[in-house]
Write a protein that binds this ligand. Structure first.
Ligand code: GBH
Length: 491
């Protein structure tokens, strides 16, 4: 993997289309707070974060960054940063507190999102809206086990989607059904480190089955996604004329020993287990990748013919979240029953001892623009679908210790270099013909980072969690992004 020229390089001037979208992304459960305000129901994260031991710093998302109360100030900050778009998610349990198809709609919840959309549009910021970013209504989990019950869950998700399209679709033209279905299912049902916290690992979680449940939940996500898209396309799109798709997470996987065909194969298999698991059914063959069927057998669900027809082609774009790269090595032993990565091991260095990238403040995340570029090509070559990059970003060491009263602003050189590298990869890919239409940095401000609580600062602005207003202090990188996209986007 070779790093491409940095974003600011002269050859990148004006390579991005004039209607390229750039901005920041957030998720409801990570920023809104107001966890039970104005009629909101509980989500599985509201409950999960209150179970002792689940969140590193013992925090909950009850207040988060208070984006629910402070949305007008936030839109002004976005404007100051000169973004042209903003990606956020809707909290299902704010809109339908009990979640189900026959349960009442909470008008106050819908009104909040309607106000946010209006505020964005009044400031020339295009909203990208995600229906589901992991916060399943707790009532559905209690009623029938949430996504484990595809038959009961799907009509509930369809109804929720329909309510959102009807209320916001006159103004929202970019919809994302699910954020990272693979992370939801693996962290929630295999490792059990995210809500709803199920796994078969001894002593750690609610009893689950890490060898089957993740694949069942993934199947539910794919099929219910496709149903929501069908509803949008048939009932709303003719008039509202927006686009709709799904966002998938994926790291790049590179062989640990590029001269060992088994490692080369293992790296490809890792990409397919992580990405093609969802992307092949939607953008490719219409079915799960053969290497998954081979390893998992009947533990991987089968699409009915009807489901296959529904899922294939069910996304107008490829929503891409990506952060990092791993070196991947094959295993000679048979795969473990709970394996979901393609029977591989992941490494920080390759055979030659070369590191997978500069360290952030987050163990899994290292900066590797060359890997990101390789991944853009892998996705484009396999699926040939326009790409919306919906998340990319990093933490940086030492930011917890920054002192807002120091009089100096936070000059986050690590993150500036990260963006120069990764956005440089976007420009490079576009120059070689990859169709990329957006870039959303993760994330707008420091926020509540799920099981990591407030310990991971991914924000373009530093948040003072001790202040009542959760005061935001823009980091230098947030302004640098504006300068970079001035250079890249054709006028
Ligand atoms: C995204 O997930 C999410 O969409 C977003 O909400 C989140 O805040 C952001 O990334 C930053 O994390 O701890 O070694 O077990 C990215 C995919 C998958 C990355 C799970 C972290 C856990 C690795 N994530 N992974 S580990």
């Amino acid at each position: 993997m070779k790093d491409p020229p940095i974003a600011s390089s002269p050859e990148n001037a004006s390579v991005l289309r004039p209607d390229f979208f750039w901005g920041f992304a957030t998720a409801a459960a990570q920023v809104e707070g107001a966890w039970d305000a104005d009629g909101k129901g509980h989500s599985i994260w509201d409950n999960f974060s209150r179970i002792p031991g689940k969140i590193i710093d013992g925090s909950t998302n009850a207040d988060a960054t208070r984006a629910y109360d402070l949305y007008k100030e936030d839109v002004q900050l976005l404007k100051k940063l000169r973004v042209n778009s903003y990606r956020f998610s809707l909290a299902w349990s704010r809109i339908i507190p009990l979640g189900g198809k026959d349960d009442p709609v909470n008008d106050a919840g819908l009104q909040y999102y309607s106000n946010l959309v209006d505020e964005l549009l009044a400031n020339n910021i295009t909203p990208f809206v995600t229906l589901f970013h992991w916060d399943t209504p707790q009532a559905l989990e209690d009623r029938y086990g949430g996504m484990l019950d595809q038959a009961r869950y799907t009509p509930d998700f369809e109804r929720y989607a329909r309510v959102c399209f009807a209320a916001l679709g006159d103004r929202v033209k970019h919809w994302i059904t699910y954020n990272e279905p693979g992370v939801y299912t693996l962290a929630g049902y295999a490792a059990g480190v995210h809500a709803p916290g199920r796994s078969s690992l001894p002593g750690r979680n609610d009893p689950g089955d890490s060898s089957t449940e993740p694949f069942i939940v993934a199947h539910t996500e794919l099929v219910s996604h496709a149903h929501a898209v069908k509803i949008y396309r048939e009932e709303f799109k003719p008039k509202q004329k927006g686009v709709i798709g799904i966002t998938l997470h994926g790291n790049y996987s590179a062989p640990w020993d590029e001269n060992d065909p088994k490692d080369v194969e293992a790296a490809e298999r890792a990409l397919q287990f992580e990405i093609a698991w969802f992307a092949d059914p939607v953008y490719g063959s219409g079915d799960y990748p053969p290497c998954m069927r081979k390893q998992l057998g009947d533990r991987l669900p089968y699409f009915t013919d009807e489901e296959k027809a529904l899922v294939k082609g069910s996304s107008d774009f490829y929503g891409m979240n990506s952060y990092t790269t791993f070196y991947v090595r094959h295993r000679d032993e048979a795969a473990d029953i709970n394996d979901h990565k393609g029977n591989i091991t992941s490494h920080d260095t390759n055979k030659a001892g070369i590191s997978r990238g500069a360290e952030s403040a987050t163990p899994w995340l290292r900066s590797n623009p060359g890997g990101f570029l390789a991944l853009l090509h892998w996705i484009w070559n396999r699926y040939r679908t326009p790409i919306y990059i919906t998340e990319n970003g990093t933490t940086a060491k030492g930011e917890d210790d920054w002192d807002p009263s120091s009089g100096f602003w936070l000059d986050d050189t690590f993150r500036q270099d990260f963006f120069e590298g990764y956005v440089g990869a976007v420009a490079d890919a576009v120059r070689s013909g990859v169709d990329i239409r957006s870039y959303f940095a993760w994330t707008f401000t420091d926020n509540w980072e799920w099981a990591a609580g407030f310990t991971d600062r991914f924000g373009g602005s530093w948040v003072d969690y001790n202040s009542p207003e959760k005061t935001r202090y823009p980091k230098k990188s947030a302004f640098e992004l504006g300068r970079i996209f001035d250079h890249l986007i054709e006028k």
